[in-house]
Design a protein around this ligand. Structure first.
Ligand SMILES: [Zn+2]
Length: 79
């Protein structure tokens, strides 16, 4: 069971991954330093460190599906 507070929606354009809004600093349309191919590694059990380029906050991505990233700590503060 994935805790909803640890998830964050993303979008992909080609191999690039974006988030509509940064969960930390609320920057919009943030291009992530992650490619779609990295997500397949994540789903084989490898953690992937994600550093948001807007504010340099770091989270470990531990799972991803077609729409959401799952981090090792909460990304949603108010839910
Ligand atoms: Zn940010």
């Amino acid at each position: 069971m994935i805790p909803f507070s640890h998830t964050w929606p993303y979008e992909s354009i080609g191999d690039d991954l974006y988030v509509q809004d940064c969960p930390f600093c609320e920057a919009s349309h943030v291009l992530l330093p992650l490619k779609k191919k990295h997500l397949s590694h994540v789903n084989t059990g490898e953690k992937k460190l994600l550093v948001f380029p807007c504010c340099f906050n770091k989270v470990s991505i531990i799972e991803a599906d077609g729409d959401y990233l799952l981090a090792d700590r909460p990304l949603r503060k108010f839910t």
